[in-house]
Design a protein around this ligand. Structure first.
Ligand code: ADP
Ligand code: ADP
Length: 226
């Protein structure tokens, strides 16, 4: 079980800028939550606090019933998919996916099982020996997702993962992410400034503005309001 619950979360950056002004959000187990809103509204700050990449000024972040404010990123049972993929250019697809698991001292046999399973789900099986430069943009993005999947985290965090792709590919990847979510059923928080992307992906939509939550709910209910 991995609810993610934010209780009165606040963030003031050094220098005094108040980026998050008391946010309450509850993401149920297996739900796909999308944070949407204009550039600068605090989406990335909020996601980075959940990841543990940014300290929390006030309130609580709870993952799976445990307050993680003081917990190191590596011990939060999350995996993050970034906008710029962050793949190692000199490593094969297989090793890109295996790297983090190896660093944790996992046995090679278990690593192999996990990487091959992820490759199957992501349709990367024939490409495991290729280097990132020998892949298309969409395939690279799938490798980045593979690196997160092999960790078998309780929660996926996505930071505008599709924003570097062209429009056609973005739509295709959106569909893939949705399928993947149905299959893995992992609690997810996904940041985007793209309303259509948010609508397509979200079970729960969190509309942010100026460091606050403007609306929360089912995407259809929110966008159908006059
Ligand atoms: P979004 O992801 O919605 O574009 P961000 O979370 O990146 O928004 O930023 C929210 C606000 O916090 C912005 O006004 C931004 O300039 C400010 N901000 C982000 N990072 C820092 C930082 N390290 N120091 C000071 N202000 C920051
Ligand atoms: P590297 O970051 O060089 O790939 P590791 O994969 O071992 O090395 O991770 C180092 C640190 O970065 C750890 O704290 C790990 O939890 C974190 N980390 C790496 N990849 C991710 C990811 N996809 N999501 C969340 N945390 C990650």
């Amino acid at each position: 079980m991995a609810n993610v619950t934010l209780r009165s979360v606040r963030k003031t950056y050094p220098g005094g800028f108040e980026a998050i002004k008391g946010v309450d959000v509850d993401v149920g187990d297996g739900q796909f939550c999308v944070l949407v809103g204009p550039s600068g509204c605090g989406k990335s700050t909020l996601l980075r606090m959940v990841a543990g990449l940014e300290t929390v000024t006030g309130g609580e972040i709870d993952i799976g019933g445990r307050v993680v404010n003081q917990v190191e990123p590596a011990d939060r049972d999350i995996a993050m998919v970034f906008q710029n993929y962050a793949l190692y250019p000199h490593m094969s697809v297989y090793n890109n996916m295996a790297y983090g698991l190896r660093n944790r001292g996992m046995a090679e046999a278990e690593i192999k099982t996990r990487v091959e399973e992820a490759a199957r789900v992501l349709e990367l099986a024939p490409m495991l020996e290729r280097k990132p430069r020998q892949l298309s943009g969409g395939q690279r993005q799938r490798v980045a997702m593979g690196r997160a999947i092999v960790r078998q985290p309780k929660v996926f965090l996505f930071d505008e993962p599709l924003s570097n792709l062209d429009a056609k590919l973005r739509i295709a990847m959106r569909v893939e992410i949705r399928k993947l979510q149905r299959r893995l059923n992992t609690t997810s928080i996904y940041v985007t400034h793209d309303q259509l992307e948010a609508m397509t992906l979200a079970d729960i939509l969190v509309v942010m503005n100026g460091g606050q939550v403007e609306q929360v709910g089912n995407p259809l209910a929110i966008y159908e309001k006059p």
